[in-house]
Design a protein around this ligand. Structure first.
Ligand code: ZN
Length: 99
């Protein structure tokens, strides 16, 4: 029932199934955490401003750094729930193939 059924670019490295799901990469994860910390931290006096907000800024910086250095995307197999990583090049081909 998934729309990526039939893609033939990325296969599960555990069971060989092609029903895989993109679960993001470390860069987008850090970006989301960083933005969440900044937004939440801005509304909490003292603790939010001096602890949560700086953590958010660090996450944002780490996100930018990992964007340039971590060229991996996370995928999860829908059949056996095995998580694995693929290269950015493979991910781009995958994305193009499911449009
Ligand atoms: Zn699998």
């Amino acid at each position: 029932m998934s729309k990526n059924v039939g893609q033939d670019v990325i296969y599960c490295k555990n069971c060989g199934s092609n029903t895989v799901k993109y679960t993001g990469n470390i860069s987008t994860l850090l970006l989301a955490v960083g933005l969440a910390c900044i937004i939440v931290g801005a509304f909490i006096p003292i603790i939010g401003w001096f602890i949560v907000l700086p953590v958010g800024v660090i996450c944002l910086i780490a996100s930018i750094i990992s964007y340039f250095f971590v060229k991996k995307s996370n995928f999860k197999c829908q059949s056996c729930k095995h998580p694995f990583k693929v290269s950015l090049e493979e991910y781009k081909i995958y994305k193009a193939s499911i449009k």
